[in-house]
Write a protein that binds this ligand. Structure first.
Ligand SMILES: [Zn+2]
Length: 97
């Protein structure tokens, strides 16, 4: 059994569990155990870390005008971030791996 494959699958499962929690995490709505779990994953997983920081800066931008975010815009952004997180690795820029 390829241990690398197993690890990869496990990472993907954790990503799927963590991603729906990202927004609540950034809004500070999670319990402590959940928060710690998401935080730990964000440190370990570059994609989810990237998704989290994208959410954060988008939120900041949307909140700047002091009005509730347009749900339609939020849905589109969420979709965008999801696709970002699903994007395959290896665009060749990262030489150190
Ligand atoms: Zn992840």
């Amino acid at each position: 059994m390829d241990i690398d494959f197993v690890n990869r699958v496990r990472d993907r499962i954790e990503c799927m569990r963590v991603r729906p929690l990202l927004q609540s995490f950034l809004d500070g709505e999670l319990d402590k155990p959940q928060r710690q779990r998401v935080a730990a994953h964000l440190e370990a997983c570059r994609r989810c870390g990237l998704a989290a920081s994208t959410y954060e800066s988008l939120k900041r931008r949307l909140g700047r005008f002091g009005q509730p975010a347009d749900p339609d815009a939020v849905a589109r952004l969420t979709d965008f971030v999801d696709r970002l997180a699903d994007a395959p690795d290896g665009d060749g820029r990262d030489g150190t791996g």
